[in-house]
Design a protein around this ligand. Sequence first.
Ligand code: SAM
Length: 333
Amino acid sequence: MKPLIDTHGRRIRYVRVSITDRCNLRCSYCMPPSGIEWIPHEQIMRYEEYLRIVRVCSLRGVDKVRVTGGEPLVRKGVTDFIQSVGEIEGIRDLSLTTNGLLLSSMARDLKTAGLNRLNISLDTLDRDKFIHITGVDAFDRVIAGIQAAVDAKFQPVKINVVALRGFNDDEIPSFAGLTSLYDVEVRFIELMPMGCATRYGDGEVIASPEIRSIIEERYGQLEEVKYDHGPARVYRIRGAQGRIGLIGAMSEQSFCSRCNRIRITANGYLRPCLFSEREIDLLTPMRNGISDSELETLIEQGVKSKKLNHGFCSGSSSASRQGCPTLMNTVGG
Ligand code: SAM
C-alpha cells in the first residue's frame, strides 16, 4: 500500500466528510441568522459517492473517518451511512460531530451501527445564553443528547466549546469542572476566522494558553495526558475522571505540522485544509464516469496541494483576521 503523503512529509490518514450544509441551529459565529443559500440537492453528494471516496482513500492508508456538516444528524439515512462506512475494510476509527439536538433518539442506533466516537458541540451551560448564541431554544435537548451518548457508552464523549470572551469566558471553569464529575473530554476551541466568525474581533478570541491558565487558577496545575495524535493538547485536572483538550488552531505554532487530514465538502470537493480556498472537484468527474484509479489521482493531487501552514495566526492584524470567507457549515467543522 502506497500511503498518501503530502509535499511536507505529513501522512494523511484521516478524512472528514461533510454530509450536508443544512443545520438546525444558527450559531452566530458560524451561520448568518437570515440563513444562507443552500447547496441545491442535486449538487449534494449521494451516500454512495462518499463511500466510493472513502473506499479509495482507505486503499491508500486512510483509517479514520469523521462525519460532520452542517448538522449531520439532519440528513436522512445517516445511521445506515455510518454502518456502510464502518464496513469499509481498513476503517478503524469512525466518529461524528453533532450539535446534539437530535441525538437523544439516535445515539443508541448510531452506536449499534458502528460509530466509535462522538463530539457534541455546546458553548454554554446557561439556557438563555444558549438561545442567544444558537438562535434556538434547545438547551435541554442537547443535554439529553449528551446523556444519551454517555448511556450508549460512547468512549470518549467529547464536548466542543468555542471560547468567546464576553460570552462564555466566565464558564470556562464550570466546563472544565465537568471532567471531575463525568468521564468526558471537554475541548476548548479557539475561534477561527472563517465565514461569520470574521465579524468577531481579536479581543473576543481566547487563546489556549489563556484558557489553560484560567483553568489552572481554579483547579491547580493540569497534568498533561499522553498525546493521542488529534488536534488537541490533552490535560487532566488532578484526580478527575475526564480530560480537557485545548485546540490551539490559531495560537499553537506546531498545530499544522501534526495535520493528518483532508476534508470532503457536502458538494463533493476535496479541501486540503479547513482554510484553503483551493478545492478539487471530485463530484463532477465521478458523475462523468472516471475510474477509481483516476479518482485516486485526483485525491493524491489534493493531498499534494496541502500547504505547510493554514496562514492565520493569533495576534495577527485585523487585516489577516479578515480571514477565510468560506462558511464552516459547507466545509464541515
Ligand atoms: N453541526 C455540528 C456541530 O455543531 O458540532 C457539526 C458542524 S459544526 C461546523 C462543527 C464545530 O465547528 C462546532 O463545534 C462549531 O462550534 C465549530 N465551529 C464553527 N465555526 C467555528 C469557528 N469559526 N471557529 C471555531 N470553531 C467553529
